[in-house]
Design a protein around this ligand. Structure first.
Ligand code: IMP
Ligand code: MG
Length: 177
């Protein structure tokens, strides 16, 4: 049974584990071949649950850092206005950067962050998202590691919120009656 406020479970805990395991293997393979320092950068707040699971499936030495950007108010529609709320502690210069996002929707947020990160001279810059809504894309963004494409529905749980709530759900659900 879904929790109250959730009409349907879109991705259950088992499927999440399968997705994260596969991404971990893909990422491990990629960096094992290239060598060098890896910094995994999570975009707060949505990515923190996914990040926690993902890094434990990456079998390559890494450093974790976070950046907070906000593009949404408390609603479900992007304002298109992306603000840096909290910057990284670590320098990314000369390192392999893996940017981790919870979901890519219009691409507005990720596009801005990718451009900013690229200006800081990393050795390489790759991207990973847990969820992807391709039908909503307004800006082309490169995704190197993609968990799952989903239809145009507003989802929450597993770190994703609606008005800051529902992040603690262990599955990804669709809101509704
Ligand atoms: P974009 O800039 O339109 O790609 O929006 C990206 C951000 O919007 C993500 O990092 C999420 O925080 C949020 N977002 C987009 N779609 C959803 C959703 O279905 N549920 C929860 N948050 C979402
Ligand atoms: Mg987000």
């Amino acid at each position: 049974m879904p929790d109250s406020g959730v009409s349907k479970i879109l991705i259950n805990e088992n499927e999440i584990a399968t997705i994260v395991g596969r991404l971990g293997r893909e990422i491990t393979e990629t960096y094992r071949e290239s060598g060098g320092e890896l910094i995994v950068v999570g975009l707060l707040r949505g990515s923190f649950v996914f990040m926690a699971d993902l890094i434990r499936k990456i079998h390559y030495p890494l450093v974790v850092d976070f950046m907070a950007v906000s593009s949404y108010g408390d609603g479900t529609v992007s304002s298109g206005d992306v603000k840096i709320v909290m910057d990284l502690d670590e320098s990314v210069e000369g390192k392999h950067v893996l940017l981790v996002e919870d979901i890519i929707d219009t691409g507005t947020t990720f596009k801005k962050v990718i451009r900013m990160m690229g200006n800081r001279n990393p050795q390489t810059l790759k991207t990973c998202t847990f969820l992807n809504k391709p039908s909503r894309r307004k800006h082309d963004v490169p995704i190197d590691f993609c968990g799952k494409d989903i239809p145009d529905e507003f989802v929450c749980g597993y770190g994703l919120d609606y008005a800051q709530k529902y992040r603690n759900l262990p599955y990804v659900g669709v809101l509704g009656e």
